[in-house]
Design a protein around this ligand. Structure first.
Ligand SMILES: Cc1cc2nc3c(=O)[nH]c(=O)nc-3n(C[C@H](O)[C@H](O)[C@H](O)COP(=O)(O)O)c2cc1C
Length: 205
């Protein structure tokens, strides 16, 4: 059992999204003792953007594997994803959507003719499905009646991951983190408790 934990906040281990996604990993480890965890911290190991060769390869109509540049990076990142039985993503909202570091990862793993293929009905995923947990932290409200901003983060991830076959998606949310210390404390408690409930654990007081 392999868990791939991707973290996208520039705040590393201090990040709210890191706290939340780490709680998911903790609960998964309790459920699957002995599972291994691969941490891909996109703040420490920022990916370069995809390059011209990569863009040409994707537009060529067939898969064009490569060992160097973005194609090589893409192969390695896809292999890491394929090895994972469970994917956990911790991400903040940045300007209404995913941070650019996470977008760079997506551009490397969502690859036409490799992890997906075209069909008359649209893009079809090539990867076997597996559970995906997404932990999102946002400064303001992102969902519900209190939201004063459009959310291009969760709907985006719910659209792009199924394109490669990852459809079993569960989202945990920490919202209003920039709305004062009191709200931040409450949001943390609520979000961590939601994870615990999901994994069948009542949160200790
Ligand atoms: C560059 C940048 C852009 C941000 N854009 C938004 C935004 O559009 N909406 C929002 O609610 N919060 C936004 N925030 C606030 C973060 O989402 C918030 O501070 C969150 O708690 C950060 O999570 P983290 O601790 O996991 O990094 C932004 C923060 C940064 C640094």
């Amino acid at each position: 059992m392999n868990i791939l934990h991707i973290t996208a906040s520039p705040r590393g281990g201090q990040a709210n999204s890191h706290l939340l996604s780490s709680r998911v990993v903790e609960r998964l480890l309790a459920r699957h003792p002995g599972a291994s965890v691969t941490l891909r911290a996109l703040d420490e190991d920022a990916l370069e953007h995809v390059d011209a060769e990569y863009a040409l390869a994707l537009g060529s109509g067939v898969d064009q594997p490569g060992e160097h540049g973005a194609l090589g990076r893409s192969e390695r990142l896809i292999a890491e994803l394929v090895r994972a039985d469970i994917l956990v993503i911790g991400t903040p909202m940045h300007n209404l959507t995913v941070p650019s570091t996470l977008k760079a990862w997506i551009d490397h793993v969502v690859r036409m003719h490799r992890t997906m293929r075209p069909s008359p009905q649209g893009k079809v995923g090539n990867l076997p499905d597996r559970p995906v947990y997404i932990a999102i932290a946002s400064g303001g409200w992102r969902t519900g009646e209190r939201a004063r901003q459009p959310d291009f983060l969760e709907p985006y991830l719910r659209a792009v991951l199924p394109m490669i076959g990852l459809k079993d998606i569960t989202v945990f949310s920490m919202e209003g983190m920039s709305l004062g210390a009191e709200r931040a404390v409450q949001a943390r408690e609520e979000a961590l408790a939601a994870v615990d409930r999901h994994f069948g654990l009542a949160r200790a007081a």
